[in-house]
Design a protein around this ligand. Sequence first.
Ligand SMILES: CC(C)(COP(=O)(O)OP(=O)(O)OC[C@H]1O[C@@H](n2cnc3c(N)ncnc32)[C@H](O)[C@@H]1OP(=O)(O)O)[C@@H](O)C(=O)NCCC(=O)NCCS
Length: 187
Amino acid sequence: MNLQYEVISEEKIECCRDLCNELMAFQKSKAQIKPELFNSMNFDTRMVPSIKSALHNYIVVVKDMDKNEEAVAYVYSNISPKEAYSNDFATFFDLSSVKGKNVGCLSQFYIKEGYRQYGIGSKLFNMSMEWLNTFDDIEDYFIYVSNGNENALEFYKRKGFTVSHDILEGFITVLRSNKQLQDKKAV
Ligand SMILES: CC(C)(COP(=O)(O)OP(=O)(O)OC[C@H]1O[C@@H](n2cnc3c(N)ncnc32)[C@H](O)[C@@H]1OP(=O)(O)O)[C@@H](O)C(=O)NCCC(=O)NCCS
């Protein structure tokens, strides 16, 4: 496979539109608890506002150079004030369990079918953790996995994240890791 990994600027996120929408549909197809919550989730309602409100964003897109540079995978991570995770929708974690002001999050992650199991996910995951590790003041990292996505849950566990708790009656599982753990894994 002739793949190109490209870190893209916020101005170029349009190339993630289809992948982001596929991710939402994929998560809905897996969910047993409240799948209807995904009906209103798409590129415009999830990715665009998230990028606007975060303090720092990191987006990597993988293009298949043999298929007219089609975008086949992406990962989106960000740094946000911890207060961003306590809102009308949910309280994602106990804010007092985070010492710092801001937290890191691996927010969206999608590899197209047919491109999974080749190590693309591991590479994008590692790039995201390396990016988070460049922020000296960010200690706590979060990933939110929707219910029914056992494959993703196991993937993140093998990468050093641990299940913290469920929210929204089991709609989302909150996974945590931190700078020290991910630093060690990178060695
Ligand atoms: C979860 C996801 C991102 C993982 O990406 P991926 O590219 O399939 O991941 P990798 O190929 O790096 O790793 C998957 C497994 O394949 C194995 N693998 C990697 N390269 C391989 C190869 N060349 N041959 C065989 N197996 C391989 C890895 O060892 C890994 O197994 P392990 O976790 O037991 O070590 C991907 O499956 C995906 O996008 N799923 C759909 C969307 C989704 O669930 N997103 C997450 C939302 S929270």
